[in-house]
Design a protein around this ligand. Structure first.
Ligand code: ADP
Ligand code: MG
Length: 238
């Protein structure tokens, strides 16, 4: 049994089908990248896994449980968005702990989890600052910290680094790789950036207009693209 199983997933917005009969297995502990050009349906697919978007047809199973009709908060997933979506009026500490507070966790437990996440993400010195007083990279770390404290089974990332400058993006890539090594959690990572997918993922799913063009390891896709779309997108010089 795979950790996340997608079976015959489709999504229609009006008359437009943006995800088309898509099936995919994602193994426990895997770092899986969903790679494709803008508009190919990556965010829609991720949001369907998260439960933020209803499915038109098909099934989402997480850890053997059919969650197709289960609300996001009960799927044991955490999602990190491109826009960070931090609460501007709250401190870093409050931002990271907020979901636990909402869930009614004891204060001591919240404090412990927030501090652990902050240490992992090198945010300790900034816990009492507001988001506006942070750099882009620090804000993104807060967004990751907020996902971390919920102890999710699955992390979903939607282009989390695309608002950062090139240098910071490289640094955050290394930090995400380290985070995955430490947590060994299943990670599903949406990106339109080939280099990001190639350097981070165990396996890359290339999406073309709502369908899977190819699934494979970075080396597989690079050396053995199965069609022109993948070849041009992964950019093998051959
Ligand atoms: P990606 O993340 O790969 O850039 P998206 O999943 O955001 O692509 O979008 C896929 C397609 O679905 C696009 O054509 C987009 O315009 C369309 N789409 C996304 N969300 C909606 C929506 N809520 N209503 C109508 N169309 C949408
Ligand atoms: Mg998107």
């Amino acid at each position: 049994m795979a950790h996340v199983e997608l079976r015959g997933l489709s999504k229609q917005f009006g008359a437009v089908e943006v995800i088309r009969d898509l099936s995919l297995d994602i193994e426990a502990g895997e770092f899986c990248a969903l790679l494709g050009p803008s508009g190919c349906g990556k965010s829609t697919l991720l949001r369907m896994i998260a439960g933020l978007e209803t499915v038109t047809a098909g099934k989402v199973t997480i850890a053997g449980r059919d969650v197709t009709q289960v609300p996001p908060a009960k799927r044991q997933i955490s999602m990190v968005f491109q826009s960070y979506a931090l609460y501007p009026h709250m401190s870093v500490r409050q931002n990271i702990g907020f979901s636990l507070e909402i869930a009614g966790a004891p204060k001591a437990e919240i404090a412990r989890k927030v501090e652990k996440a902050a240490a992992m993400l090198q945010l300790d010195p900034y816990l009492d600052r507001k988001p506006a007083q942070l750099s882009g990279g620090q804000r993104q770390r807060v967004a990751i910290g907020r996902a971390l404290v919920r102890d999710p089974q699955v992390f979903l990332f939607d282009e989390p680094l695309s608002n950062l400058d090139a240098k910071l993006r490289v640094q955050m890539r290394l930090e995400l790789a380290k985070l995955h090594q430490e947590l060994k959690t299943t990670m599903i990572y949406v990106t339109h950036d080939q280099v990001e997918a190639m350097t981070l993922a165990d396996r890359i799913v290339v999406l073309d207009a709502g369908r899977i063009a190819q699934v494979g390891s970075p080396l597989d896709l690079y050396h053995r693209p199965q069609n022109k779309f993948v070849a041009s997108f992964i950019g093998s010089p051959a």
